[in-house]
Design a protein around this ligand. Structure first.
Ligand SMILES: Cc1cc2nc3c(=O)[nH]c(=O)nc-3n(C[C@H](O)[C@H](O)[C@H](O)COP(=O)(O)OP(=O)(O)OC[C@H]3O[C@@H](n4cnc5c(N)ncnc54)[C@H](O)[C@@H]3O)c2cc1C
Length: 418
């Protein structure tokens, strides 16, 4: 069976919702969202804490409240969605194969596709912690789903490895549910997540954060009984003699997120080795024509508001694409991370498609104090921004006007920390 749509959006989290709404508002008639979950909203449905929407709505909403605003708009606009439906594959000529228990195998032909599959958590296997393999070890997001959605408490005496935002948010959540959170250990010399989460989730609850520390052993046969934590040197090697044993019945891992790109790799989308997401241009289009991407599948965002803005752009441009309004001609500029910068999104800018300005998103590779972000096209400096403080855990953002882009007659834009 083959269904036809103008735009198929894969993933109904905040990225997919914003992209679908914007595509519809910009003239795409038949828009369909496909999600493997049983409800729309993606990861937001398990994030019952507040802190969402400060920029977009100037309000502090919970995750489900933020999602609800978009779901209501989606329904008002009459956008179709299929839930409990897994996308198995995409082809270069934009055929999407799906499977669900109600409809079986269904193929969808779309004039444009928006990929918004989010990301998944790095697990124990990916970080090789030595020791036995008892129960009681969860990724922080899985624990969050159990506690906030399924109504199961994961444990009573908890240790957390990694200071990503989800781990810190779960530290606070478990304390509020009556657990004891012993310690958060972070292998890097700086915290992984947002400063506001360190203050509101750890400091406010007197949870110690051990930087430059990692777990060197896990004890327990059936259920975890404790972990040994040691300090690490600059090469992240445990320092002998610094080991400390912590009793616990639960270990949460908050050690990074990986953009969910098995589908993208299956049909030849070029992947940026640093972000782990598709290489995209100014329109959020991937290297496969007519296939767009946005949200955590492109690069891991810390704020949902940025996901929404980026995804609106993807949806708007997918609608432009099906009406042949995108220019594939003209000057092309590639972006390249310079000194102190890990990555820049987008990686490609086609000048003709930048109407007023373009937002560049990036992360620094270590902590910087009182430095500048310097943007150059070729050798010409087009922007300098003073920064009191920059950390890898907080995404940086620079707005470049269409006028600025014309300043240097060159095809390389670099950003350096100087
Ligand atoms: C624990 C946690 C706490 C956070 N706290 C905050 C906060 O306080 N403030 C803030 O602004 N931001 C916060 N964020 C960040 C924000 O929630 C995310 O950046 C945002 O949810 C990413 O949106 P997304 O749509 O890209 O991905 P997701 O929300 O992950 O959605 C992806 C969707 O794609 C679907 N999908 C994937 N693969 C397939 C497939 N093959 N077939 C069908 N469907 C598929 C999934 O089921 C999912 O519904 C938090 C994130 C997490 C994880």
């Amino acid at each position: 069976m083959m269904h036809e749509y103008d735009i198929a959006v894969i993933g109904g989290g905040p990225a997919g919702l914003a992209a679908a709404i914007e595509a519809k508002k910009n003239g795409a008639d038949e828009v369909l969202i496909i999600d493997r979950d049983i409800e729309l909203g993606g990861i937001l449905q398990q994030c019952v804490h507040n802190g969402f929407g400060l920029h977009i709505f100037q309000e502090e909403l919970t995750g489900p409240e933020y999602a609800e605003r978009f779901i209501n708009e989606l329904k008002d606009l009459g956008i179709d969605y299929k839930l409990d439906t897994m996308v198995l594959g995409i082809t270069e000529d934009r055929i999407v194969s799906t499977v669900s228990s109600s409809d079986g195998l269904v193929s969808i032909k779309a004039k444009a596709i928006v990929m918004s599959m989010g990301c998944r958590e790095r697990s124990r296997g990916a970080i090789n912690i030595p020791g036995s393999r008892p129960s009681g070890i969860f990724t922080a997001g899985t624990a969050q789903r159990f506690v906030n959605k399924e109504g199961y408490m994961v444990g009573r005496k908890v240790v957390i490895l990694g200071s990503g935002d989800i781990g810190m948010i779960m530290a606070r959540r478990l304390i509020l549910e009556g657990a004891q959170v012993q310690v958060v250990a972070e292998v890097l010399p700086y915290p992984g997540g947002l400063i506001r989460n360190i203050v509101q989730c750890l400091d406010d609850y007197d949870i110690p954060l051990l930087l430059s520390h990692t777990i060197v052993d896990i004890k327990g046969k059936d259920r975890i009984e404790g972990v040994t934590i040691a300090e690490v040197d600059e090469k992240r090697k445990p320092v002998k003699g610094t080991e400390q044993y912590y009793e616990c019945d639960t270990l949460l891992l908050s050690v990074g997120l990986i953009p969910e790109n098995e589908l993208s790799k299956g049909f030849g989308v070029k992947i940026d080795p640093v972000t782990g997401g598709p290489v995209v241009n100014e329109s959020m289009e991937t290297t496969v024509e007519g296939v767009f991407a946005c949200g955590n599948v492109v690069h891991v965002h810390d704020l949902v508001d940025n996901v929404t803005e980026e995804s609106r752009k993807a949806g708007r441009n997918a609608a432009r694409f099906i009406k042949d309004k995108t220019s594939v001609y003209g000057h092309v500029i590639n972006t390249k991370p310079g000194k102190g910068i890990r990555y820049i999104v987008p990686q490609i800018i086609r000048e003709n498609n930048v109407e007023h300005s373009i937002d560049l998103y990036m992360r620094v590779d270590r902590i910087f104090k009182n430095e500048k972000l310097v943007v150059r096209i070729g050798e010409t400096v087009i922007k300098k921004i003073n920064k009191a403080y920059m950390r890898p855990g907080e995404m940086e953002h620079i707005n470049i006007t269409a006028e600025d882009l014309k300043a240097g007659d060159h095809s390389l834009l670099t950003v350096d920390v100087e």
